[in-house]
Write a protein that binds this ligand. Structure first.
Ligand SMILES: *Cc1c(COP(=O)(O)O)cnc(C)c1O
Length: 336
């Protein structure tokens, strides 16, 4: 794949149309498809003060056959509904979210690029009650909207191997929010990530509080070799990625042993001598890790490039997304 070259950075281009639905007294109004425009939000809005907001990120892919397919949109819609519960936001029906996601794709077909690009969809849920005294009370009303952005490669330079700083002291988030896709988690990780970029020329931080290897700021972490894929087992400490789940399924189909269990710092250091490592996420797809920085020491992972097996698993995932490999699990929906 060619590097992004002069393409604008991931997430900076707004597709022209968005879909909006407000919840008033516990009922979401029918979605409206409107041109992208500033939100009408009271400055007292709950989300602006007390963090009652969550979001999702998923993609629609235009295949070589011209069809536009959403990838595992039900799963993302369900995760948004689960985040809403954990943030005490009004309950949202995943089917309502799904219908809005599909409407956003249909309204933005003109700007949906062919592979390797995609249309990135961003559903957002905000608590809107105008009450700055509600620090210890939930927002009764909310706004749900879906925006879209035509994207190329998330990490500048396309398939360049990534450098991760392994952080064992500062956690990414708190135990009760590990699984929630909420803005506060990214705010908490930001200073640590900026310091890793500035002081170590790292791309991302791999959070491993107390030596428990979890994930980076926005992607899950996998160890890979010719026989096995190893990643942390599902618990409340990290975001349960749809990409992680998809790669594990495909790996099983391709004959790999999949191990979901705890991973230690010693194991990643040892694994780096012979194996591969990768980040999995909607934006990152499956990105190879070339270097780990542990206690100031730079450790080359495998050859230091994007691993061969990583590339093979990535290709299998992309082939399903593009409609070029049998979709055995019904992951894709043709929207147009
Ligand atoms: C969104 C996200 C991921 C990746 O999830 P996908 O469903 O694969 O896109 C992983 N970790 C964090 C912290 C995230 O926010």
């Amino acid at each position: 794949m060619a590097s992004a070259g002069s393409a604008p950075p991931f997430g900076t281009v707004a597709a022209p149309m968005m879909v909006v639905s407000r919840s008033v007294d516990g009922v979401f109004e029918p979605p409206q498809v409107v041109p992208v425009q500033p939100l009408e939000l009271h400055p007292f809005a709950h989300a602006l003060h007390y963090g009652s907001s969550c979001f999702e990120g998923l993609k629609a892919h235009r295949g070589a056959d011209g069809d536009v397919r959403l990838f595992r949109a039900e799963r993302h819609a369900r995760r948004l509904a689960e985040s809403a519960v954990r943030l005490s936001l009004p309950e949202v029906d995943p089917d309502h979210v799904l219908a809005m996601i599909e409407a956003a794709v249909r309204a933005n077909l003109e700007v949906t690029p062919p592979a390797p690009g995609a249309l990135y969809l961003r559903p957002v849920l905000l608590g809107t009650d105008p009450n700055i005294g509600a620090a210890a009370a939930p927002s009764a009303d909310a706004m749900l909207y879906v925006i879209a952005s035509p994207v190329g490669d998330y990490f500048a330079g396309g398939l360049r191997p990534l450098t991760l700083l392994v952080e064992t002291r500062v956690p990414r988030t708190t135990p009760q929010f590990g699984q929630v896709k909420t803005g506060a988690n990214y705010a908490m990780a930001l200073n640590v990530t900026l310091a890793a970029q500035r002081d170590h020329q790292a791309d991302q931080v791999l959070f491993a509080p107390g030596g428990d290897v979890q994930e980076t700021g926005a992607a899950n972490f996998l160890l890979i070799d010719a026989q096995r894929v190893v990643t942390k087992g599902l618990d409340g400490s990290f975001l349960h990625g749809v990409t992680r789940d998809s790669v594990l399924s495909l790996a099983r189909e391709l004959g790999f042993a999949v191990e979901e269990r705890d991973i230690s710092i010693d194991e990643i250091i040892d694994w780096a001598k012979r194996g591969e490592a990768a980040l999995a996420g909607t934006a990152a797809v499956l990105s190879g890790v070339g270097t780990l920085i542990v206690e100031g020491r730079r450790i080359t992972v495998g050859t230091g490039g994007v691993g061969e097996v990583t590339q093979k698993l990535r290709n299998a995932l992309v082939a399903v997304q593009q409609g070029e490999r049998e979709d055995a699990h019904g992951w894709t929906t043709v929207v147009a």
